[in-house]
Write a protein that binds this ligand. Sequence first.
Ligand code: PCA
Length: 210
Amino acid sequence: MNLLLTGFEPFGESKLNPSEQVVRALERERIAGVELYTAILPVDRVRGPAALLRAVRAARPDAVVCLGEAARRVAISIERVAINLLDFRIADNAGNKATDEPIVPGAPAAYFCTLPVRAMYDAVRAAGVPAELSLSAGAYLCNQVTYVLLHDLAQQQLEIPAGFVHLPALPAQVATRDMLLPTMSLETMVLGVRAGIGVIARAVAVARAG
Ligand code: PCA
């Protein structure tokens, strides 16, 4: 099956984004039964969602997993929902701001992620990696690309599993800052995301067989 895995470029004060690092690491591996397509999205409210939709058109994926950083999270956070709201705490990398705006005016308030989130949560933890199910991807770029993706798939009536996973900060990001935040090593993140992808691949295979 074709799986599109995306990360984000660095943003804010950081020169690294764990999601980009995890995508790069998994690109170098073979995951059984998975043809991996990847993209690194700009942290830009115009170009970010457009880059994701272009990658979806190019990969014709059977599943889409978007990754991003949520620096204060203590575990791999599997998002359950994306909301129709832009409310940026900091400007994006192009200097754009947003306060209390809808992503798509008149569209549904929210979409549920369609990944097998509970099975992914169990598999990540079984791989020895701390995980949580999360009810909010925030109101910044990560939530925006997830909403735009789920809205686009709904419009096209394309029923493929799609959703978002937030990652904590990397130790190297926190080591250079004055503020201490929880961290997770790249190796541990890769282990967790690989386990999550394995579950999605099995779910897609079962759906096809059935
Ligand atoms: N995290 C941000 C956007 C890019 C990223 O990696 C977010 O949580 O919205």
